[in-house]
Design a binder for this molecule. Sequence first.
Ligand SMILES: *Cc1c(COP(=O)(O)O)cnc(C)c1O
Length: 428
Amino acid sequence: MNFENNLAFAQALDQQDILREMRNEFLFPQQNEKPFIYLCGNSLGLQPKVTREVLEVQLNNWQNLAVEGWFDGDSPWMFYHKELKKLMAPIVGAKPSEVCPMNTLTVNLHLLMVSFYQPKGKKYKIIMEAGAFPSDQYAIESQVRFHGFNPSDAIIEVKPKEGEYTLRTEDIIGAIEENADELALVLFGGVNYFTGQWFDMPAITKAGHKIGVVVGFDLAHAAGNVPLALHDWDIDFACWCSYKYQNAGPGGISGIFVHEKHFTNTSLNRFAGWWGYKEEQRFKMEKGFIPELGADGWQVSCTQVMPMALYHASLQLFEKSGFINALRTKSKTLTSYLFYVINEVNMKLGEEQFKIITPLTEEDRGAQVSIIAKADGKKIFDQLVANNVLGDWREPNVIRLSPVPMYNSFEDVFKTGELLLTISQNLK
Ligand SMILES: *Cc1c(COP(=O)(O)O)cnc(C)c1O
């Protein structure tokens, strides 16, 4: 599309946007009695208006039914997760039986590694991307130590080429092949939190499987952002959080994916708990763990009803938006427009004040643009916030701007560019 850098053009795109009404479903934070242009949905999604209502239903159930709420009422808590599974599955391209809401993300990463990181003899290493989200680094380091290995030996990090910010798929695949004899697990992010790079998940999975190794993904920045086909891509396991692109509130519940081919694999270790027990027999309270078939069999503790209600509310908005396809169509154009607008700012300034480190190609990124200012990055970021544009700052030098198709407009993007230009001009 031939973009134009003016308000009328941005507003015309908003007029044509079939999802334009969706932003009315959300509550925007305010400053100086004006709503923020919120470009931080990659960190914490906005609160849907319906959330309070959905939560209230469960508060009422608790009030009116108390313990009977587990089995009585319109939607007994015992089976509440099943309503979420139906809505989660299309977001990640899975069968409902392959997904389950439970715990929080890093906890699930640990639980899934208990099952899927099974070092044997020479094959004990894990390959991951360099610069992964710190929680993932710590989880993987501690898992490796738990098995008696040294992280600096057992973890292989794939790094960008000198002078580059993002990884090349051929380098990832090359590293997997090179270490074939020693790998026990390939564990990558779906979309990198810092650069916004969306890795070629099917290619990475194929490369791992070709050498007989299990492949898992942390989809914190991918789920609800880019279209996924976890089942068809034959990914072994994955987990994500619900509070970034999926708007389920701070500390929101996590989701897991386990491919159905592993459902009856009894050689997988599990850290078990009563909620993963076979559903019909769970309340017989018998000795000896028998897992429920499917992702549900990885549950440990009883249903977190309130966090699930928060997730449920926002999943209903995904359903209303036609799940991920319509969102992705808008997202591609919206984020491309942000690339364009930032380049326009550079052009008007007569120099590359803002270096974009997120891949430009649509297949290599989602709804995030990471920029590095040539100078005064933190100052520019603070002034954006002071002027009602909320992105986020990531040390040491990156401003992340994330136009979310569910609630951001083309006008938001245009105005952000305008503001970046004014701030930069006034710095001189
Ligand atoms: C946001 C994020 C986390 C956060 O983990 P929590 O356990 O939810 O605090 C972990 N990993 C990645 C890749 C993330 O982007």
